[in-house]
Design a protein. Sequence first.
Length: 389
Amino acid sequence: MKVAILGGGVAGISSAIALKQKGFDVSIYERHESDLSIGAGIVVWPNAAYVLEQLGVLDEIEAVSGHLTRMCRLSSANEDLGAIDIERINRNMGYSSLSILRSEFQRILISRLESLGVAIQYGRTVTRIETKNPDQAEVHFQNGSKITADVLIGADGRMASHARRYVCGDNSPVYQGIINWVGVYESEEESFQEIAVADYWGVGERFGIVPVTKHKAYWAGGAACADVGPRNQYEYKAELRSIFSDWPQLVRMMTEHTPVERINKIYVHDHDPIHTWHKHNLIVIGDAAHAPLPTSGQGACQALEDAWHLANCLNENPSDLQKAFVKFTELRFEKTSGIIMAARTFASSLFSRDERFCMARNENSKNTDFAKVAAAMSGGWSQHLPLNV
Ligand SMILES: Cc1cc2nc3c(=O)[nH]c(=O)nc-3n(C[C@H](O)[C@H](O)[C@H](O)COP(=O)(O)OP(=O)(O)OC[C@H]3O[C@@H](n4cnc5c(N)ncnc54)[C@H](O)[C@@H]3O)c2cc1C
């Protein structure tokens, strides 16, 4: 069976690996001219670590990742608001939680794909998808070329997915009123005593730091902002200073000592859940199907889960594509929609501009039963995976 994948991000590359491992004939098309990993870093939670093991890359990923121990919550005045014991989640789910730079992550996935004999076809921007024959929708590229395949996988991301538009007529993401500045900090000096997430909560603002080693971390500073505005790299430092200059020393260290070329600014969008992910021989996966806010911490992890499940569904139903697509949607819809909605609820609390609400929120955090939180996270993330929770 010939499979063509549109988009060479986490969802596209990981599904190419999963399908190739099962013997499918796979091609993958990416609009960029070369490997270009956007974003700073990701946390590979144990559900994603399981999938990475199935893809044959977990050992390599572990070798360059931080092994996270805790997620510490603090106020913008450095008050301790409690901590989630990540090692407890790891024990519950049987895999480590890993912090890794996106560039490393992408490099390892691409090299695994190449070792299986598949090269990403760069410089192939999808411009439209047409149904001349419902069994073989036709994909057109900007360079004038076109392709067909038995199965088309739309993994072209959250912002302007042609595959999502083909399936449901609309591909507009929803701006959720949050800006994120993300960056990668590196130092000769030892800057972190523990490989633990530090999550600082303010009023309408948040700053998260995720160490990868004792010398290196990626970070995200977020602020509520009603409208999508301009992006000018040379203003990012001043923008960060105007918000975070009186926050704890670790936050200031990240923003001051990260070179401006390693800072990016993102107006954060997600997608409303949609029930239908497939039309004719095309199915959408990853952010094109179900993009959650970064407050979920699960976007890339869910893209990896998609890859594993879709490969299994196609492998188990080689002569009935519609059955495979329906099975995949049944397995994935509830979990991913739950993650989208929970991430919105969490974001509306984190980025609230109501001072009294934020004080009560911080008090609540101090009184939280974090063992219960860890159990709920482990249970939710393990859904539909063979993990012994
Ligand atoms: C600020 C921020 C922080 C995040 N942090 C985390 C985190 O810590 N943990 C986590 O799990 N997730 C995180 N995420 C979410 C995660 O980045 C995404 O969910 C994940 O990358 C989805 O993978 P994807 O392959 O579906 O989409 P993408 O990674 O966006 O890949 C889509 C690919 O399709 C290509 N493409 C797009 N249009 C076309 C076209 N027309 N033709 C051809 N190719 C095309 C793109 O160039 C891209 O390579 C974060 C997201 C943001 C915004």
